[in-house]
Design a protein around this ligand. Sequence first.
Ligand code: CTP
Ligand code: MG
Length: 238
Amino acid sequence: MKKSKEVLVSAVVVAAGKGTRMHMDKNKQYIEIGEVPVLARTLLTLQKCGRVSEIIVVVNSQDIVYCKQEIIDGYGLYKVKKIVAGGETRQNSVYNGLLDVSQDCEIVLIHDGARPFVREESIEESITAALEHGASCVAVPSKDTIKSADENGFVSGTLDRKALWMTQTPQTFRYQLIMDAHKKAIDDGFDGTDDAVLVERLGFPIKLVMGSYDNIKITTQEDLILGEAIADSREYYG
Ligand code: CTP
Ligand code: MG
């Protein structure tokens, strides 16, 4: 038996979206925040984590050369083992990445390229929880009261805030479990907005790991303003 610290952990970072909600000419992954491109920030933090052995980066096929030169080589990201082309949906992109992890990968950590402020502790805790429980998902308790609405824009219900968590990434799984979950989703024609939902469909329990509210996903223009503030605060307070 291998000791837990020798378990091979691969990270799959998905950065193959179009960034349509950002409304910019440049793909949001390559926008600089605090003078460092979003995707480089994300990968630098993952690389710092000793338990992550290798990183597979998934990008748009037309960005592979740019990403290799400007981000991977440009920022000395030696843990990046492969840059692969993404698919039509996030789920397709994750699957493409999963197919390319090293053969002895036991745990796979899936993370959005667009979450550059992920904390090393969250990465560590999500790996620990996946080793223990098989599946983990970083999330934060909802601060707002969440309501459901009908098709006419009227409130149809109020959900119990105490039970609501806003999910982020990383989401981390035993490799075989997440592969089975993706294959079943493909067979069923199911497209999910995160990976945990695919594992939920198998009826497998997923351990929630407390994340941080500043692990934002860079999605719209105002996230760039927030992002600059977070980058500044990290310089002062860590
Ligand atoms: N992603 C991906 N492949 C896709 C779609 C999304 O790899 N076909 C990645 C994005 O690059 C991002 C993460 O999944 O890092 C979360 O997706 P999202 O924030 O929705 O990014 P985009 O799809 O790029 O943005 P938008 O939905 O505004 O077009
Ligand atoms: Mg999207």
